[in-house]
Design a protein around this ligand. Structure first.
Ligand code: GLC
Length: 594
């Protein structure tokens, strides 16, 4: 490192004396930058400008990456060799052993294929990687919108990149989607709120003069997506990913940038603004999240609440301590405590609670009613009475006046564990329930998106007779392997890696063989989904991320949140003001909330 200035001088002299084109001189310079510099940036510049490259050049570059622990960077270069059609013999000579070292162990055939496919799904914009395609099936002649980069789908991709030491694509993604946030958007003659993040984007080539073209990013805010639904989860995922990027790379400068701070605040403004709502949970239309078609989840679906909670906790960590920060933090804290109280108290369901609801009195007009939302016991579905186990419980899917959606929604429950929206006891109980209902929720392929499916008349009325969401298919009780990474994270957090390992093993047996499907059908996930895409990127990324999280639980701990006792105190104090509870941190710990 110390002799680097001297090396720079040699580089200058080489160029001055016209020796730049010599492969031997260039290789020596490449080696110097690859071994002596803190980053690979200078080595990459030399490599890019080399007139002639040989096997030594490629090996030097790969070694530079792998010695820094960026095995994936090395792998990418190795794959590039084929693309640049280097003379066969030279490519074969590249020293591949270094890669094995950096990966730490021999990868399974499934993992090797997954990394290769994952690499092929990368989308570039003006020469830089910015995201991954939703699906990349070469045999699919009608990709619909699966050839776009979806914000929610990119999250497991981003984690896979980050866990492999590749921050660049994630950083580019975060900054480019930020640009799209302030896009001028109209649906007919109405302009949706500022701060909205698109569901997805596409890189388009726009023709210029003289046969030239220019690349532009073309976002979809739901105006061309099916059903014209605003993707509420996109902004929440963006904030969550921004935090994860900082936590894993240590590059906190990105979240401190003025434009990034403004982006966070625009999203918060949309979510925290006053409306007509009486609940602290976020009120949304049907299909505004991963389940993006009509499935009867409008109102206050658990998935959105859990992501909202995580995004608020992430923002609180990232907002710069400037003049306005106090007001933001106060607003965030108030919402966080009210939201966690609401969900913990009213969404939680176990055998005891079912029995309570079963015996509910109705039409109680009073502030201290037990049946606060006037739920009629006749609403308890038959399947639930048999299904609810003696041990374990879960958060219901939705709560509205006179309506409880008793379905089990996996993403919302897993994300409640990860973000500590549930109490430690509740979080443990959810995993206990998954364990005791393994055949229903895991079956042949992890994990059911929701349980059970809507059938018969209910399916007709609630989905609008949607032929894609038929019983036990797609969003309506289908099995989605991408949910594996969130399950793994939740299991690591709760000390149940045994469950995650079992699920990952189950998936690994079939995913490669089945060509990485988007989802599986039938009650126990036995068949590849009827309209399922193949080579679905978030299936691949979810699998790779799960594998890496299990290998590296220390890093996993940077992605979840522990219980926040200060929040509980705010909540218990608010209740004590209304005469309901004693106000103190001790009281917070000992009362119903923990
Ligand atoms: C489907 C899914 C949605 C996903 C998209 C791209 O529309 O419902 O969650 O983002 O496909 O994979």
């Amino acid at each position: 490192m110390k002799s680097l200035p001297c090396g720079n001088l040699v580089h200058g002299l080489a160029v001055k004396h016209g020796m730049g084109g010599s492969v031997y001189v260039d290789n020596a310079l490449l080696d110097m930058y690859a071994t002596c510099c803190a980053t690979m940036d200078d080595a990459c510049v030399v490599f890019r400008d080399m007139r002639e490259k040989n096997d030594v050049s490629w090996t030097t570059l790969i070694t530079g990456y792998t010695h820094r622990g960026y095995g994936y960077g090395g792998l990418r270069i190795f794959r590039q060799i084929g693309e640049e059609s280097v003379v066969g013999s030279e490519a074969e000579n590249v020293n591949y052993e270094n890669l094995e070292v950096s990966v730490g162990r021999e990868e399974s055939e499934g993992e090797k294929e997954a990394w290769r496919l994952f690499q092929d799904a990368i989308v570039t914009y003006c020469g830089s990687p910015v995201g991954t395609l939703a699906a990349n099936d070469p045999g699919d002649k009608q990709p619909l919108n699966y050839d776009q980069v979806f914000i929610r789908d990119f999250v497991p991709s981003a984690l896979a990149f980050l866990l492999k030491g590749e921050g660049e694509i994630v950083r580019n993604f975060l900054l480019h989607t930020l640009q799209l946030q302030s896009w001028e958007k109209t649906v007919d003659c109405y302009s949706p709120g500022q701060g909205l993040m698109p569901a997805s984007f596409k890189v388009r080539s726009v023709p210029l003069d003289e046969n030239k073209t220019e690349e532009v990013l073309d976002p979809d805010f739901g105006e061309s997506a099916i059903g014209r639904v605003a993707p509420v989860d996109s902004g929440l995922w963006w904030i969550i990913l921004l935090r994860a990027y900082g936590k894993i790379t240590g590059d906190y400068a990105l979240q401190e940038r003025v434009d990034v701070q403004t982006g966070i605040k625009l999203i918060l403004n949309l979510c925290l603004s006053d409306g007509f709502d009486m609940f602290p949970s976020l009120l949304v239309t049907d299909g505004s999240c991963m389940i993006d078609r009509r499935m009867g989840i409008h109102g206050h679906p658990l998935e959105i609440q859990a992501l909202f909670y995580s995004a608020l906790r992430s923002s609180r960590e990232m907002l710069a301590a400037d003049d306005g920060a106090k007001n933001w933090v106060r607003a965030i804290n108030n919402r966080l405590s009210a939201l966690s109280f609401h969900i913990r108290e009213y969404y939680w369901l176990d055998m005891k609670k079912v029995n309570e609801i079963y015996r509910y009195k109705t039409e109680e007009y009073s502030t201290d009613a037990t049946n606060k939302f006037n739920i009629y016991p006749e609403q308890i579905p038959h399947w639930l009475m048999d299904w609810i186990p003696e041990k374990g419980g879960y958060m219901i899917g939705n709560l509205q006046p006179a309506h409880m959606d008793f379905r089990f929604f996996t993403l919302g429950n897993l994300w409640s564990i990860i973000s500590s929206l549930g109490t430690p006891k509740q979080n443990k109980s959810v995993l206990k329930l998954i364990e005791s209902k393994w055949d229903d929720l895991m079956g042949h392929m992890p994990l059911k998106i929701c349980y059970p499916a809507l059938e018969y008349e209910e399916w007709r009325i609630i989905t609008g007779s949607d032929p894609k969401n038929t019983p036990w298919s797609y969003h309506n009780g289908g099995s989605w392997p991408t949910l594996l990474w969130q399950f793994t994270l939740a299991c690591i957090k709760m000390g149940r890696t045994d469950l995650a390992t079992k699920a990952v093993d189950l998936a690994e047996k079939r995913l490669k063989l089945d060509r990485w499907p988007e989802y599986y059908d039938t009650r126990n996930g036995k068949f590849i989904g009827k309209q399922s895409r193949l080579y679905q990127t978030w299936t691949i990324a979810g699998f790779l991320t799960s594998k890496m999280l299990l290998e590296n639980p220390e890093t996993a701990s940077r992605l979840f949140w522990d219980e926040d006792y200060d929040l509980l105190e705010i909540c218990v104090c608010a209740l004590s003001n209304s005469g309901r509870k004693k106000c103190s941190r001790g009281a917070a710990r000992s009362q119903i909330l923990v």
